[in-house]
Design a protein around this ligand. Structure first.
Ligand code: S3P
Ligand code: PEP
Length: 419
């Protein structure tokens, strides 16, 4: 990562803008794996331009070319790509060293590796046990169709297994042995499999997918609701009457982060679905609920917490357990950056965090560290509406999921200078 900084200001006033978001990173990554496994029978429309998606696309191209020689595949900071490729590369012919950024080597993968080796996959740790890099010898012979797996660490392990399930000779039954986190992402995987003709059965803690043919189909990727959340925050911090149109977003989305619609009602932001998109509008400044659970939508946590900080709301949050193993320890990153405004975020009861803005200060200029985490940069950016100047460190991190984020901000009265 380079050491560039970006100085961000906002000229004030009502915002009126149309923002064309790129495709969902989560849907795109699933679609790419299904396209590869189906050997092109599944086609894709509106693929995301996010770096994580481009990285996965390139990795899949390398993987399909390799048969005899060891191929190194470096997926940088792309967690979903790491998890999906671990399952995918186990299945296809070839010998791979699957690696990533220094942070990726600290993000656990043992649960997925154990699950795959339990059904016959040939995976060894090339560094520390339980973490990438992985040495994968592909084309394994399936020795079992039953996996018992924890659900409380990352749903990506389950999605990785479900994506390959219909292509396994004996199919797969997953038994989820602990409370499932990020459940909507598992539903998204199953919904997309259904779109390509795959039947599944989800009964209580068991998900079964038999070996089956998939049909010729086109997966159309919806724009990214996690990216939309930053625009909800922008509108929440803007004067009444401000509005933004986000084309292509659907009311009945496959993405759990559509939850931002309901959360932001409590911040005076209304959502109107029409004309193939959604219009967000600031309609009131009166208070709403101040307790939010992010268990099903962890990627919204930073957006909402930073927005509460900007509005001076004291609030409670739960469902944040998985934030510590994402692009950075997001709890620590939030605590450190909020401290610059004399705001605290502390765990009060087990699993419940309290945001205390009582002693909030209004510094003339604040430098925000981003910790190689795109969501730190994007969650804090809207605060330039409230505070005079924000300096965002390493602004290019946004490329991971939203490469045109800064250019888009310029459409909504933000000014930025790269230094
Ligand atoms: O399956 C997916 O596309 C994702 C699942 C979530 O991860 P966890 O299941 O690890 O919470 C989410 O945070 C990530 O950005 C994308
Ligand atoms: C956690 C995220 O991504 P990943 O796990 O795919 O790196 C994210 O985009 O917030």
């Amino acid at each position: 990562m380079d050491t560039e900084i970006l100085s961000l200001t906002h000229q004030g006033g009502c915002i009126k803008a149309t923002i064309p978001l790129t495709g969902s990173k989560s849907e795109s990554n699933r679609a790419l794996i299904l396209n590869a496994l189906s050997k092109g029978k599944v086609r894709i429309q509106n693929l995301s331009h996010a770096d994580d998606t481009t990285t996965l696309q390139k990795a899949l191209q390398i993987a399909t070319k390799s048969i005899d020689t060891l191929q190194t595949i470096d997926i940088g900071p792309a967690g979903t790509a790491m998890r999906f490729l671990t399952a995918y590369l186990s299945l296809i012919p070839g010998h791979f060293l699957l690696t990533g950024s220094e942070r990726m080597k600290q993000r656990p993968i043992g649960i997925l590796v154990d699950a795959l080796t339990g059904i016959g996959a040939n995976i060894n740790y090339a560094g520390t046990a339980g973490y990438p890099p992985l040495d994968i010898k592909g084309a394994f012979s399936q020795i079992s169709d039953q996996i018992t797996i924890r659900g409380d660490v990352s749903s990506q392990y389950l999605s990785a297994l479900l994506l390959i399930a219909p292509f396994l000779p004996n199919g797969l039954t997953l038994t989820i042995s602990s409370p499932l986190t990020s459940k909507p992402y598992v539903s998204m995987t199953l919904d997309m499999l259904k779109e390509i003709g795959v039947d599944y059965l989800w009964e209580e803690n068991n998900i079964t997918i038999k070996h089956q043919e998939i049909k010729e189909s086109v997966l159309t990727v919806e724009p990214d609701w996690s990216a939309a959340s930053y625009w909800y925050s922008v509108i929440a911090l803007s004067p009444i009457g401000s509005s933004i149109f986000l084309p292509g977003l659907k009311n009945n989305s496959l993405q759990g982060d559509r939850a931002i619609v309901d959360i932001m009602r409590h911040f005076g932001v209304s959502s109107r679905f029409e004309n193939n998109g959604v219009t967000l509008e600031k309609v009131s400044t009166t208070g709403g609920e101040r307790f939010f659970n992010f268990k099903e939508c962890p990627d919204l946590a930073q957006t909402v917490i930073a927005c509460c900080a900007a509005l001076g709301y004291n609030a409670h949050f739960t469902g944040l357990e998985t934030l510590k193993i994402k692009e950075t320890d997001r709890i620590l990153a939030l605590q450190q950056e909020l401290a610059k405004f004399s705001i605290t975020l502390n765990e009060e009861d087990l699993g419940t965090y309290h945001l205390d803005t009582t002693s909030r200060t209004n510094p003339a200029s604040v430098k925000i560290k981003t910790y190689e985490d795109h969501r730190m940069a994007m969650a804090f950016a809207p605060l330039a509406i409230v505070f005079k100047e924000l300096i965002i460190e390493e602004p290019k991190v946004v490329g991971k999921s939203y490469p045109t984020f800064w250019e888009h901000l310029a459409k909504a009265n933000f000014g930025y200078v790269l230094q």
